[in-house]
Design a protein around this ligand. Structure first.
Ligand code: SAH
Length: 352
């Protein structure tokens, strides 16, 4: 970044009212703010020169005061199952990862919300990176736009779904994630119902979120409905016991009438007993929910081993018997470390 640019503000940190105030201070008509806002958040402009319905003088005025910080796709890797992993360079040189997951009928963007992660889930590669900073709304928005362009280019259709299941804990970057969701639904014309925020379960933030009349979906990484086991594999959860989590989820349902999806990994020797199964069924009965059993993706550390198929079947049967919807999700992009819990900014060669 040049010394000159270092003193300029990032224009995407301004909301529409602040833009209007800027134009009024500079004796320009208020509708210029709407035009600029559209360029930034609907057309995804990264340079003032692209804003062709503004006069050269107005563009120069903007250029004198602001920069448009933006991401760049640094490297791309494609899995044998067509999943695409992107290493995304942020304006300050840090990197996050975003994944585009195509199926026959869908194109799902998996985006990051933090550089690294503030939590300490022992089975997740991202937790090894520690949290370096939160992503700004524009950095989340840019990931989605980049993946939407890739989806159109490679699969001939726009994004159909967005999941906040990349790096980071979205509810620990609450304000920016909410602002990003607003910009994304406006910019892509995508229904918020097609957006899922996945959290490790931060009760206070779930409660706060429920009060804001959200229209997106909530997924919670549960992995165990037994306090002792959950505290062992997700140590941060010692501060958020399962009962408080349950209350926040019941409140979420009361406010939104939208069922929670529990994400659930099953490991040998950790949560593969009948007691674990019974605890999950009982928890699900107390919270309107469905269960998504995720295949465990090995990382470079930790002593975790996926449970046998028989155990997964036992979980599935018990949940079905209790009339709880359950799906077993196959991993995508495993061969390029793009699957859940594998995002760790590993150095990867440029695609030839
Ligand atoms: N912090 C958020 C979002 C990121 S993780 C959350 O915890 O929900 C996205 C999902 O991947 C979570 O359900 C997480 O528990 C799961 N995950 C983490 N490590 C994994 C691994 N090694 N294999 C499979 N899934 C994993």
């Amino acid at each position: 970044m040049s010394a000159e640019n270092a003193t300029k503000r990032d224009i995407r940190a301004l909301d529409l009212r602040a833009l209007q105030a800027f134009f009024s201070e500079h004796n320009q008509q208020a509708f210029r703010a709407d035009q600029v806002y559209q360029w930034l958040w609907q057309k995804g402009a990264h340079h003032f020169d692209e804003m062709t319905n503004l006069s050269k003088t107005t563009r120069a005025l903007l250029d004198a005061h602001f920069v448009i910080n933006h991401i760049a796709v640094d490297r791309q890797q494609r899995s044998s199952d067509q999943t695409i992993k992107n290493a995304i360079r942020l304006h300050d040189g840090l990197t996050v990862e975003s994944v585009l997951i195509p199926t026959d009928t869908r194109s799902t963007a998996c985006v990051s919300s933090q550089v690294g992660c503030s939590l300490d889930c022992t089975f997740c590669a991202t937790s090894q990176l520690k949290r370096m900073r939160n992503l700004n709304p524009d950095e989340i928005y840019d990931q989605v736009m980049a993946l939407d362009r890739q989806s159109q280019l490679y699969f001939g259709r726009p994004l159909s779904n967005i999941v906040f299941m990349g790096m980071g804990e979205p509810l620990m970057n609450y304000k920016n994630v909410i602002a990003a969701v607003e910009r994304i639904t406006e910019g892509l014309g995508l229904s918020p119902k097609r957006i899922t925020i996945s959290t490790s379960g931060v009760p206070k933030m779930i409660q706060k979120l429920a009060d804001e009349n959200p229209r997106f979906q909530l997924a919670v990484s549960l992995h165990s409905a037994r306090e002792k086991v959950r505290n062992q594999i997700m140590p941060f959860s010692t501060s958020f016991d399962l009962e408080t989590l349950q209350k926040s989820l019941q409140y979420w349902y009361q406010q939104t009438r939208s069922k929670i999806t529990f994400e659930y990994l099953i490991w040998k020797g950790i949560n593969d007993t009948q007691e674990d199964i019974d605890a999950l069924v009982a928890y699900c009965k107390r919270v309107p929910s469905k269960v998504n059993i995720i295949e465990y993706n090995p990382t470079d550390f930790g002593n975790f081993e996926a449970a046998d198929h028989k155990v997964i079947e036992a979980y599935k049967k018990a949940l079905e018997r209790a009339r709880i919807t359950v799906t077993v999700r196959r991993s995508r992009g495993k061969d390029i470390d793009a699957a859940c819990g594998q995002l760790a900014n590993k150095l990867i060669p440029l695609e030839s």
